[in-house]
Design a protein around this ligand. Structure first.
Ligand code: DLZ
Length: 143
């Protein structure tokens, strides 16, 4: 199978750890390194278009979106989280393709780090496992 990973450049310390977790998990389950294609986008808001551009290539069994939006003092958090969660949901339906929401929405940077290889594991791993499970389900049901 072949997967795309779209990575937001905001909070890179966390998004790189999530990306590495996702990529390593895909490879652990047998995906070849050449079959994992990475592209960056400036922020989580841009994950939807980044994933859509990858979906348009029609060469992937799943797309994993990686981002971290930290609760701040402005309303940016709500707007970005609403937009990207709705945008990614729409892509799943529009392309009939697993597009995985690997976006952390913590209150603090520490909570993000705890979920990017820290005490709460690595949510990038979980995103990769979800992508594989959904890609397998799609193949089974379409066979
Ligand atoms: C503007 C912004 C803010 C305030 N916070 C975050 C964040 O915590 N995580 C993230 O991924 N991106 C953030 N951004 C950038 C937006 O996602 C987007 O890149 C800009 O609003 C430009 O469209």
């Amino acid at each position: 199978m072949r997967f795309a990973i779209v990575v937001s450049e905001w909070n890179t310390e966390v998004t790189e750890a999530l990306y590495n977790g996702a990529k390593e998990t895909l490879m652990k389950f047998g995906v070849k390194e050449d079959d994992v294609v990475r592209r960056n986008v400036p922020g989580s808001f841009e994950l939807t278009l980044g994933a859509q551009l990858m979906a348009e290539r029609k060469e992937f069994d799943g797309i994993i979106c990686i981002g971290v939006v930290i609760q701040g003092e402005t309303k940016h958090f709500d707007f970005i989280c609403d937009a990207v969660s709705q945008g990614i949901t729409n892509l799943n339906i529009k392309y009939n393709l697993p597009v995985i929401f690997g976006v952390l929405t913590p209150n603090t940077m520490q909570q993000a780090l705890d979920r990017a290889g820290g005490v709460h594991g690595n949510k990038g791993d979980e995103a990769a496992i979800t992508a594989i499970k959904m890609a397998v389900l799609k193949k089974e049901l379409e066979a």
